[in-house]
Ligand binder design. Structure first.
Ligand code: SPV
Ligand code: MG
Length: 435
């Protein structure tokens, strides 16, 4: 019987180093590729450019590969224990850094049945991570890939973290910022929220649907051009149903993954005014009709229409909110966003728990602007799927700009403002390709 050889890989960008390791591995026996699923990858790296199925199709057609199996975790242990290969092959780059722990683990496991690990010198200049990132940056993305990525992420991760964007530069921050997190994982934002509040404020307008779709799309185009992550569009009330159908098509055509429309009517005012202003709720019938019209208008299977329930904002009960949410789901809504301006978050918790007794799978979206003492892992226990930080980048930028402007007025020069400004050298080099 021929020997079994195990090789784990992401297989998103195929490069000579990968072919080299496949060729080497195949010399020892039947090469089984453990292909990382999206779920295995996402705690450590960005979602691959290609889906698991697409990557599988490519890898199983490479000469020397006998079989492709799913590797559902970053650790090799479950697959090694199941397959008990005679050999495992890996580039020697795992001797340092975050992967070192997985290397030690693999050596211990393979020893249990006398399996051997072959480490081959990693092909210089071809580091999978940087290759992948560079390639994604220069390929960018396509509207189709970006649109689908929200559903892919929802299937992959228990809780997604979205951040507000209002310009190309804020988009770049959400696209690229990441920090080391526990267990060698990486914390990053999963996608972007195109907020009506910050989009309007950025244009010097109130958040009353005065900035029309054409104008908002112009801003979004700048963001689409320099990012790849999924975008959820704040569609306000969605306007009248007949117009909403066109909005859906425009967003879909541009690769936006989802639109959220709220169950309000008349002159829309920002929800965080609560009952200080008139918050007129739509009837169930009108709101559901808008959802149905939107769902009929969309071309792809993947675009999502999410119903935003404003009953708590308008001073109604949790029961009222639940009834509207249930009706929206029955009308075809792909998700529910529940909003509140209470600081304690108890109303949201109760809503989520009650909603989950009826619908266990429909994505639940929260916007914890006021109940911001609660952490993401607690929201997850309530059954939430997406957390939106709805306005924070603009709110962070505004006081910084005001302080700078005041400092220049006070000192009749800009020397003192330098302290709170990014060095000029950094700003001219901030955007790749500036030189
Ligand atoms: C927005 O960001 O525009 C929102 C969320 O709709 S909120 O401002 O809380 O209403
Ligand atoms: Mg809004």
């Amino acid at each position: 019987m021929s020997k079994k050889v195990y090789l784990g890989m992401i297989g998103d960008v195929i490069h000579p180093g990968l072919i080299n390791i496949i060729n080497e591995g195949a010399k020892y026996g039947d090469l089984i590729v453990g292909l990382y699923t999206d779920q295995a990858i996402i705690p450590y790296k960005k979602l691959p450019y290609l889906s698991y199925e697409q990557r599988k199709k490519i890898i199983e057609n490479i000469k020397g590969v006998s079989e492709v199996v799913a590797q559902n975790e970053w650790s090799y242990t479950p697959n090694l224990q199941r397959i008990k290969p005679d050999f495992m092959i890996h580039g020697d780059n795992w001797k340092q850094g975050a992967d070192e722990k997985f290397r030690t683990e693999a050596f211990e496991i393979m020893q249990q049945w006398g399996g051997k690990i072959i480490e081959i010198p990693y092909t210089k200049g071809i580091d999978q991570t940087s290759m992948l990132d560079d390639a994604t940056q220069c390929i960018g993305t396509t509207p189709e890939i970006r649109l689908k990525s929200l559903r892919r992420l929802l299937q992959t991760k228990k809780l997604l973290r979205f951040m507000e964007v209002h310009s190309g530069i804020s988009g770049l921050i959400v696209e690229n910022i990441e920090i080391p997190a526990e267990n060698n994982t990486v914390a990053r934002f999963d996608g972007m929220w195109s907020s009506s509040l910050t989009d309007s404020a950025d244009k010097g307008k109130p958040d009353i649907e005065a900035v029309d779709l054409t104008n908002r799309m112009q801003g979004l185009t700048n963001i689409l051009e320099c990012t790849t992550k999924p975008i959820i569009f704040d569609g306000d009330t969605g306007g009248i149903a007949e117009h909403f159908a066109f909005t859906v098509r425009t967003l879909e055509r541009n690769g936006i993954s989802a639109v959220i429309i709220e169950d309000k009517t008349g002159l829309k005012k920002n929800s965080l005014f609560g009952t200080e202003v008139k918050q007129e709720l739509a009837t169930k019938q009108d709101f559901c009709n808008k959802i149905i019209t939107g769902k009929k208008a969309q071309i792809t299977q993947d675009f999502m229409i999410i119903a935003r329930i404003e009953e708590l904002i308008a001073g109604k009960t949790i029961q009222d909110a639940l009834e509207m949410a249930f009706a929206s789901v029955e009308a075809g809504a792909d998700g529910i966003m529940i909003h509140s301006k209470e600081k304690h978050g108890n109303d949201i918790k109760e809503f989520c728990q009650k909603f989950r007794t009826k619908y266990s799978e429909i994505p639940l979206i929260l916007v914890p602007t006021t109940y911001n003492h609660i952490r993401e892992d607690e929201f997850q226990t309530w059954g939430a799927n997406i957390i939106i930080y709805a306005n924070h980048l603009l709110r962070a930028a505004y006081p910084a700009m005001v302080n700078c402007a005041k400092s220049i007025l006070k000192n009749s020069r800009s020397l003192e403002a330098d302290e709170i400004c990014m060095p000029i050298k950094n700003v001219i080099e901030l955007i790749p390709g500036a030189k």
